[in-house]
Design a protein around this ligand. Sequence first.
Ligand code: MN
Length: 235
Amino acid sequence: MSSATYLWTPPRTPSAAVRGRAERAPVNRLFFVGRNYHAHAAEMGRPVDKSVEQPFYFTKSPSTLVESGATVPYPPRSSNYHYEMELVVLIGKPGFRVAEAQAHELIHGYACGLDMTRRDLQLAARDKGRPWDTGKDIEHGSVLSEIVPMPGVVIERGAIELRVNGQVRQNSDVDKLIWNIRELIADLSTLYHLQPGDLIYTGTPEGVGPVQPGDRLEGSVAGVGEIALSVGAPE
Ligand code: MN
């Protein structure tokens, strides 16, 4: 394959900065967990009963990744662009049908993430039973901080917060995840052969809301780090 030639320059390999390392982590897939905090599920009008429900997922293209600190354009075809602050897991080892008790072995580290969402398009699709893709898979819509290496560590608690222009909009704790890190890795590995470079955005707490051009978003997960994003004018 090293001798392959291409009709045009191939896209760059999506990757993430890693704290303390010159090397970047190549990114494979972006998985997102839907409705994984009770208070957020309730604010979306779809409460979760864990006794009878399973976690569900959607994906975004790795090309939607954008680094913390970036300024991104307000996206086209939306007038209700939302932030969702999330804890992100980076998978570092392959795994398929992994038991919860072994799930930690797949973890390379963590990051802060923003699952940016065209809420108007997402809800219109949801209510018509259509795919969410145009509401979620948005250019510049998967914001990621540097990866913090924590191999084998299962994060079970830690304040998660998002501020818009200095005002707190989301303030919860990752101990409120409906499906925790072990459960998510085990469950997702029944659907996919997890691979190094897979990222799992674990869901957002309550308090999601719209942004406007000129807004500055700043988020944090205690014990992991911080993330920032500036929203620019529409293109
Ligand atoms: Mn989300």
